[in-house]
Design a protein around this ligand. Structure first.
Ligand code: NAD
Length: 551
């Protein structure tokens, strides 16, 4: 049975026996806050069916366990269900989480769904089942940086006078319109669910809604001609709209997609079906649903290839759409690159990734103070300052106030320790929880996404995320998670997460110093091992020790 609307407690009064347990409880609840989650009544946070807990009984048992957990105990969570509490020691993580892990030969959607139906597993996506999702802002800076990098590479450094065709205004995809307009460009985003478009307009992420392609193209054309930023959510199905754009001979400057194509059963609406019709078919005949979704995905990707042939810059935005289309017979599906090799990897080589923090007080003033701290600590980093200024102005908080900021090796530890100091001095009114996406520099093996096209061919080597979780556990993170299938679906990725809590204590200082070094450090050693010069330079600059490195 579902709960009423969930909202994390605010303020600096404890409901648990320590701040780490309290942080885990509040962040689990925050993931399910209706302001934050896409479908909280089903425990779905984002990314297709990315859930925070296996079912409502498990949710309640996790909350109870966290409230009872002592400061020298560790709670184990197996695919969204609490399964054990052990005595460990005060500096150990308070929670260890494993989500959706399957033995590799069984790691496919069919087996997973069968186990899920039997109540034995749960899809945790990346930050849904590891309780550090912060709403669409969590991907906003990454999306902003991706488009900024694309603009540097293919335009004159800005998207002014350019337009982007994309699809999907869900939890993550919803960041696309604002990321494009922040870069000065125009965006046409195809979305099949009118409620999602309206939600992004309400939150200020998207400017306008159009119900016909003519109207949407007219609006976008006007904006491009005037060099004006504008985002338009077009109500429609990408598998119909993209081919129609090809048929009309219209050529966008950039083309990508962020539907949940990684999960053809639950994340992608086949062409020709209304939302209720799709829901009914999904229930009545899942096999037929998947067949039709894959056929539509093939058409969708074929249109992206056609636009590439006509001159659009096309990239895959991390939803495994090329793989699904390839399996559905589009042999050229991998002719356009993924966004990581195209734009993001140089940042990974510096240990940079989507670092984020949330104010457990619930007070936006605390986040404003942390924004100032970023500006104080890194005055030389102009693009970071620009990001913070824009985020302050444009990002509405969802749930607990939070901030995302791509920081690298060295910067993360410096910032985390300074935050702890602000909490200690009472300049921030309650502890700050610090974490990151699993989409990070040294925490994921995902050959169609984060580790696509590695220099040494090590794309599918998954020792790295496991080492990441192990070292962060040893270093004393607050909670640590290992997941399977995030971003790209079951069978295609293994990844790890960590969260650490700045409560102003000396113990927290030690944890922060260690974890915020080991964690981005994994990104440095992973990329040095794969032969990236930029990572080697970062390692040398910071004295990262790597026994067999030769450059
Ligand atoms: P979501 O499930 O919340 O949203 C998907 C959206 O796509 C929904 O609004 C849905 O209505 C829409 N949609 C489905 N089929 C459609 C169709 N045929 N035409 C038009 N719209 C359609 O998912 P999300 O959290 O927004 O994530 C989207 C995808 O991006 C996922 O595959 C996720 O794994 C991936 N992802 C990418 C990144 C990244 O950094 N690039 C990060 C996280 C997630």
């Amino acid at each position: 049975m579902s709960e009423g609307p969930i909202r994390a407690p605010r303020g600096n009064q404890l409901h648990c026996k320590g701040w780490i347990q309290e942080a885990a409880m509040r962040m689990l609840m925050n993931n399910l806050d209706p302001e934050v989650a896409e479908k909280p009544e089903e425990l779905i946070v984002y990314g297709g069916t990315g859930k925070a807990a296996r079912n409502w009984e498990a949710y309640r048992a996790i909350v109870r366990s966290l409230q009872e957990l002592e400061n020298d105990e560790t709670l184990l969570v197996q695919s969204g269900k609490p399964v054990g509490i052990f005595k460990t020691h005060p500096e150990a993580p308070r929670v260890l989480i494993s989500n959706a892990m399957l033995v590799p030969a069984w790691a496919n959607w069919d087996v997973f769904r069968d186990l899920e139906r039997k109540g034995l597993t749960m899809f945790g996506q990346m930050t849904a089942g590891s309780w550090i999702y912060i709403g669409s802002q969590g991907i906003l800076q990454g999306t902003y940086e991706t488009f900024a990098q694309a603009a540097r590479r293919h335009a004159s450094g800005s998207l002014k006078g350019k337009w982007v065709l994309t699809a999907g205004l869900g939890g993550m995809g919803g960041a696309q319109p604002l990321a494009v307009t922040m870069n000065g460009g125009a965006a046409l985003i195809v979305e099949v669910d009118p409620a999602r478009i309206d939600r992004r307009i309400q939150s200020g992420y998207c400017d306008l809604r159009a119900d016909s392609l003519d109207e949407a193209l007219g609006l976008v054309r006007g904006a491009v001609e005037e060099g004006r930023p504008l985002s338009v959510g077009l109500l429609g199905n990408a598998a119909e709209v993209y081919p129609e754009i090809v048929r009309r001979g219209v050529v966008p400057d950039f083309v990508t997609d962020q539907t949940s194509a990684h999960d053809p059963l639950n994340g992608y609406i086949p062409a020709g079906l209304s939302l209720p019709e799709a829901g009914a078919l999904r229930k009545a005949d899942p096999g037929e649903y998947v067949r039709r979704a894959k056929e539509s995905i093939a058409r969708h990707v074929q249109a992206m290839l056609d636009l590439q042939a006509r001159g659009s810059v096309v990239f895959d935005y991390g939803n495994n759409i090329r793989q699904v289309a390839f399996e559905a017979g589009v042999r050229e599906a991998f002719s356009f690159p993924g966004f990581v090799p195209a734009y993001i990897r140089p940042m990974f080589c510096e240990g940079k990734g989507p670092f984020r923090w949330a104010a457990l007080s619930g007070d936006p003033a605390d986040i404003r103070r942390t924004d100032e701290l970023v500006l104080e600590l890194f005055p030389e980093n102009r693009s970071l300052a620009r990001w913070i200024e824009m985020a302050r102005e444009k990002v509405q908080f969802q749930g607990l106030p939070a901030r995302i900021c791509w920081l690298g090796y060295g910067e993360r530890a410096k910032f985390g320790l300074a935050l702890n100091e602000l909490v200690r001095r009472g300049e921030i009114s309650a502890p700050i929880v610090i974490g990151r996406d699993h989409l990070d520099c040294g925490s994921v093996a995902s050959p169609n996404r984060e580790t696509e096209g590695m220099k040494d061919g090590s794309d599918a080597v998954a020792d790295w995320p496991i080492l990441n979780a192990l070292v962060n556990t040893s270093a004393g993170a607050g909670w640590v998670s290992v997941h399977h299938g995030g971003g790209v679906g079951i069978g295609y990725s293994i990844h790890a997460g960590m969260v650490v809590v700045a409560d102003g204590s000396e113990e927290a200082e030690g944890r922060l110093r260690r974890v915020l070094t080991t964690d981005p450090g994994m990104g440095i050693i992973r990329h040095v091992d794969a032969g990236y010069d930029e990572a080697w330079e970062t390692a040398q600059r910071h004295g990262v020790r790597i026994p067999m490195a030769e450059f």
